[in-house]
Write a protein that binds this ligand. Sequence first.
Ligand SMILES: Cc1cc2nc3c(=O)[nH]c(=O)nc-3n(C[C@H](O)[C@H](O)[C@H](O)COP(=O)(O)O)c2cc1C
Length: 315
Amino acid sequence: MSQSQADSNAKSFRHALGCFPTGVAVITTTDAQGQPVGLTCNSFSSVSLEPPLVSWSLRKSSKSIEIFRQTKQFAINVLSHKQDDLSGRFASSSKTMAEKFAAHPYTAGWGSTPVLDDCIANFQCSVFASHDAGDHVIFIGQVEAFEQSSDEDALVFYKGAYMMLAQSLRALSQKGGASEAELVQARGAVYTTLVRLACAAAQPADLQLIEQNLRVLDGHVAEGNMHRRAEAAITFFKQLTTAAHNEMLAIVAQSLTAILEFTVSERVARSQAPALYLPALNPLRWLVLERLRAQDADGAAAAMSQYFDLVAASR
Ligand SMILES: Cc1cc2nc3c(=O)[nH]c(=O)nc-3n(C[C@H](O)[C@H](O)[C@H](O)COP(=O)(O)O)c2cc1C
């Protein structure tokens, strides 16, 4: 096999491995002088429940390899979806260990291993075994202590990038990848379907919440508080989504709302919130609620599409 064939094989092997989404963790330990050492890792995996074992693998060319070969303990700090910057910092070979640890608080865990604050979980391990495996060393740790400190979503690494659905969608809308007209059209299609479903699925409590929020929204309009009005308008759509009781469509609607919230908050920041206000939309929201109460799916869908026609015409 020629060198270029080998390179291209290695590249396609890495690509194929990237099809498997993983979480992201920072592995920490201390060196012979007791100084903290850490690096970002996505090769963390559970191995055994009894005894509790986990594993991860480290590149032999890593600057930290000798420290990990010699240490008797390490900790696995599982990162949340908000900690992509922390992941980047601990993956950077140009940063010293002092720089990696300087900006993030940590406490000494089992065997004095540094445990990073604010991670969603940590596993404090003694070294159970290590195995030479090609250009990596596999470390197996026996879990001596662990904590799950938060219910936040994990940071996910997939196809060579962090996967943050809402953020990716925002980035897409910012870059102009999704035009505002397309966004309005997509929302129109999704919410017309959602209100149809809500006609059959909504519970009295769902409709009551929608009514309460519409009253609040009218109050904000009367006071001229356009920022609060915009928030209540978004709440109206979240409540419609809940009332439809369909998880898959709820995910689609949530993603569209994430983009919308971003667009609206940007405009509010530029004091353009009043420009988003269309008085003709107020009676249409009430009409949607009235048709939901009457379980009139065609009527609710018609009111909803009229709503989005008005929005589309105003942009
Ligand atoms: C998401 C992500 C996952 C990583 N997973 C591993 C891993 O499992 N094993 C590894 O050796 N390096 C992994 N790395 C790379 C190391 O974090 C990086 O090479 C190291 O911190 C740099 O220090 P070094 O120059 O001493 O190797 C990963 C990097 C990122 C961004």
